[in-house]
Design a protein around this ligand. Structure first.
Ligand SMILES: Nc1nc2c(c(=O)[nH]1)N[C@H]1C(S)=C(S)[C@@H](COP(=O)(O)O)O[C@H]1N2
Ligand SMILES: [Mo]
Length: 209
């Protein structure tokens, strides 16, 4: 839960790109929390190609009770232990951004067709908020009924982002929003055959199993 501690947030996230390496160094099958902890501890000399990964402070933290959204619901999470409407956790954009945000640039060739900078919370943090980070699979569904199963380990081992902004702006549905999954396109060697289908946009819900 280091991500929830403001004094650790910046160094931990600035070094997230080192997680796979550090996981190897600490030689464990760490959860995302432990991985980030390892990064924070080992972080002093961190300097890598995603040094531009930034974060805004969190005001809503995993473990907190989550109020019902006051704005338009943009994401429903099912299968976790934290709910706010029936057996669902419903979230608006303000709540998502209150989890603290990361930002990085990617080649968005699949959707908008070029280089773009996305920001939003880590999917890992969303799962932690929902009490769903112990699951194995995210069954994700988009507004156009596109479905894709994404391993929870993508969220715990990669800086998988639930993007709420592209180039600083909210994303309309026509522009692949209001939220979408974004993976780093540099530094991780992610095989497009496996990962391209997981770039779900116009996301509607995540069911964790
Ligand atoms: N909402 C939504 N997201 C989606 C898709 C889709 O049809 N709808 N297609 C997926 C697939 S299969 C791939 S490979 C990538 C790129 O899709 P494209 O090549 O059809 O643009 O986006 C993924 N995200
Ligand atoms: Mo695809």
């Amino acid at each position: 839960m280091l991500l929830t501690r403001p004094s650790y947030v910046r160094p931990a996230l600035a070094l997230l790109a080192s997680v796979p390496l550090l996981l190897g160094l600490v030689g464990c099958s760490a959860s995302g929390d432990d991985a980030v902890g390892a990064v924070a501890v080992a972080g002093a000399g961190g300097d890598d190609e995603q040094a531009d990964l930034r974060v805004s402070e969190a005001t809503l933290h995993p473990g907190d009770p989550v109020p019902r959204p006051s704005g338009k619901v943009v994401l429903v999470v099912r299968g976790g232990t934290t709910t706010n409407v029936g057996d669902e956790l419903r979230l608006d954009l303000a709540q998502l951004d209150s989890l603290g945000t990361v930002e990085y640039a990617v080649d968005d060739d699949l959707a908008t067709g070029g280089r773009a900078t996305f920001s939003g919370p880590l999917v890992r943090t969303v799962l932690e908020l929902a009490g769903a980070d112990e699951g194995t699979t995210m069954r994700t569904e988009a507004l156009n009924d596109y479905l894709v199963d994404v391993p929870v380990t993508d969220a715990t081992e990669l800086p998988l982002m639930l993007a709420t902004r592209m180039n600083g702006k909210r994303m309309s549905v026509a522009n692949y929003g209001p939220t979408r999954f974004v993976y780093p396109t540099e530094g991780y060697g992610l095989d497009p055959v496996t990962y391209d289908p997981r770039w779900i946009w116009q996301l509607r819900s995540i069911e964790v199993e």
